[in-house]
Design a protein around this ligand. Structure first.
Ligand code: GLP
Length: 242
């Protein structure tokens, strides 16, 4: 079932997201969180850091798995999602390094690496709470609109839309990797609870489609409507067409 929560502004969305994260951690200190990148979760990460500093959140037993990584970027690359996660969250909280998992962007054997990533998620007991953003084209993680979607972690070719949307983080569009490693749809939909965040007018149309269109591989986020516990947290601007 999809629950929709509309906040007055992006900060309210972030605070509500962290309320749900806090509930999960307090209910199960050794929980498994699925984490996302992009500009949307930044305020949520700042709020997590704030509550950690206030002593309200303890990450000492938490395990995390990130959704995706650009293929070809190693973890020291400033545009890699590894770098992003350490710079925007992990270095400020007390999560043990060995419990942090982010797909490797430079695996030697891609197929074996992807199976290994899924296996580690399964061995951890599965994801308790998965945080998601949404691409303007409806992708989640890097599961792009296509005729077919993949179940497990896999290498994906990014669409032109995504390359253009993400070019703002790179010196030029030519620097944006054309491929990425992402958790698949089954991995994401197996999370016990899912929170999808969106803010700003630029996401208003895709949020409307996500809630109202048919469930189709051409809009991967529409599959979230099949999940029993999804909360969509958006601000007023992203709710403009609802
Ligand atoms: C990237 C990530 C997605 C994210 C999307 C939206 O493509 N792979 O996980 O949801 O960007 O990013 P933003 O939050 O910057 O709009």
């Amino acid at each position: 079932m999809v629950k929709l929560w509309i906040g007055e502004h992006a900060q309210a969305v972030a605070e509500h997201a962290v309320d749900l994260i806090e509930q999960t951690i307090k209910g199960k200190p050794a929980c498994v969180l699925g984490l996302a990148t992009g500009s949307t979760p930044l305020k949520t990460y700042q709020e997590m850091i704030r509550r950690y500093r206030e002593g309200r959140l303890d990450f000492s037993q938490v395990t995390t798995f990130n959704l995706d990584e650009y293929y070809g970027l190693d973890e020291r690359h400033p545009q890699s999602y590894h770098y992003f996660m350490y710079e925007n969250l992990f270095r400020y909280i007390n999560i043990p390094r060995e419990r942090i998992h982010i797909p490797c962007g430079t695996p030697q054997d891609i197929e074996a690496y992807c199976r290994h990533y899924d296996q580690r998620i399964a061995e951890s007991g599965g994801i308790d709470l998965q945080l998601l953003g949404i691409g303007p084209n409806g992708h989640i993680g890097f599961n792009e609109p296509a005729d077919e979607l993949q179940a497990g972690t896999h290498l994906v070719r990014l669409t032109e839309d995504t390359i253009q949307a993400n070019a703002r983080f790179f010196p030029s569009i030519d620097d944006v990797p054309r491929q990425a490693i992402t958790m698949g749809m089954k991995t994401i939909l197996s999370a016990r609870k899912i929170i999808l965040l969106a803010e700003g007018e630029g996401k208003a149309m895709i949020i409307k489609k996500l809630l109202e269109s048919a469930i189709t591989t051409q809009l991967p986020a529409s599959f979230l409507r099949l999940h029993p516990d999804v909360t969509i947290l958006i601000d007023r601007e992203a709710a403009k067409y609802l």
